[in-house]
Design a binder for this molecule. Structure first.
Ligand code: SF4
Length: 327
């Protein structure tokens, strides 16, 4: 029996290169080794975006298409939609009975995110209860592992605490989910900050060739390189940071030396990067086009995946209902 892994992506934006390199590519590798459950968290998108849900469907579709285009195989893993497995909501409700409010209020991201999204009214239960829904998402499949980067390990702690509390009060049903640590390279956006849909600096998998080219060719570089003959410091250039992820060792060395000696111009340097990014994106674009033209394939995969997820979730819920004394 393979050990189970669970992970999801929130339907609050289009998928970009940072998501691909930081999560999706890793998920693709894990599907051969583990019993993987991957889902689109569309309810989660409502926790901060409830006031304007107009794009949730589009984001959901984009994420599902990219799951498949990046290489997730529905024969090897279970791909599903959170809102199609109502048992997540039932478990969320039942866990809310035993979760002390203070635990939710103390989650570090609660205050941080409220500050960050100050233009939104996030004084809702849905937002406070986000970690509880996330816990339900994970433990309903009795997943052993959640793939995360080292900085996200504390986020998993509340899920472990809630699982422990349930097991202590009622019955040992839930394994405490563990972090499956992965080294994610940090992907910078075209402005040099972390690539993020909210910073407007992302290269999306749905961008076409011209859009990607425009974004790369207008990327910020080392400000020291005002003229072609000015030497630069590649470490100060976001372009070089992307080379580290997408280019070969040989190209990386050539760019580093060329930049420091003004042997290479920024345009040529960006062209090398562009060629390597295209190499990654071209097969993804091809699969995306197939799926966009045949949406019935996508709907069928999600329907079957959600039904499969529901069977596992329902098995857990029968144990939970019994343990909690429900009829
Ligand atoms: S040569 Fe390349 S690494 Fe150096 S500043 Fe220009 S774009 Fe950046």
């Amino acid at each position: 029996m393979k050990e189970r892994v669970l992970s999801g992506m929130q339907a609050s934006g289009m998928i970009h290169l940072g998501n691909l390199v930081g999560a999706l590519s890793n998920w693709v590798k894990l599907q051969d080794e583990y019993d993987c459950y991957y889902f689109v968290a569309d309810w989660h998108a409502l926790t901060t975006g409830y006031a304007d849900p107009s794009l949730i469907k589009e984001y959901t579709k984009d994420i599902l298409i990219n799951f498949l285009a990046a290489g997730l195989d529905p024969e090897k893993c279970t791909i599903f939609l959170q809102s199609r497995v109502l048992e997540h909501a039932e478990l969320h409700l039942l866990l809310s009975m035993i979760t002390p409010l203070g635990w939710l209020e103390r989650v570090p991201t609660y205050k941080e995110k409220q500050e960050e999204l100050r233009d939104k009214d996030l004084s809702t239960y849905g937002f406070l209860g986000y970690p509880l829904l996330q816990t339900a998402d994970i433990i309903i499949y009795r997943a052993k592992y959640v793939p995360v980067g080292i900085d996200q390990v504390p986020h998993l702690e509340i899920s472990r605490e809630i699982a422990r509390r349930f097991n202590y009060i009622y019955k040992e049903i839930f394994p405490e989910p563990e972090a499956l640590l992965t080294e994610f390279p940090k992907v910078v956006g075209v402005d040099g900050r972390k690539m993020s849909k909210s910073y407007g600096n992302a290269i999306f998998l749905s961008d076409n060739q011209e859009e990607v080219e425009r974004k790369i060719m207008t990327m910020v570089t080392d400000p020291a390189r005002v003229k072609r003959a000015d030497p630069g410091n590649p470490e100060r250039s976001p372009v070089y940071q992307l080379h580290k992820i997408f280019s070969s060792k040989k190209e990386l060395d050539e760019v580093a030396v060329g930049c420091a000696t003004a042997g290479i111009g920024c345009i040529d340097c960006k062209k090398i990067l562009l060629k390597n990014i295209f190499k990654i994106l071209e097969p993804i674009w091809k699969k995306r086009n197939e799926l966009i033209n045949k949406p019935e394939i996508l709907y069928d995969i999600v329907k079957k995946g959600s039904e499969r997820a529901k069977i596992t979730a329902e098995e857990t819920m029968q144990l939970v209902r019994e343990a909690m004394g429900l009829f």
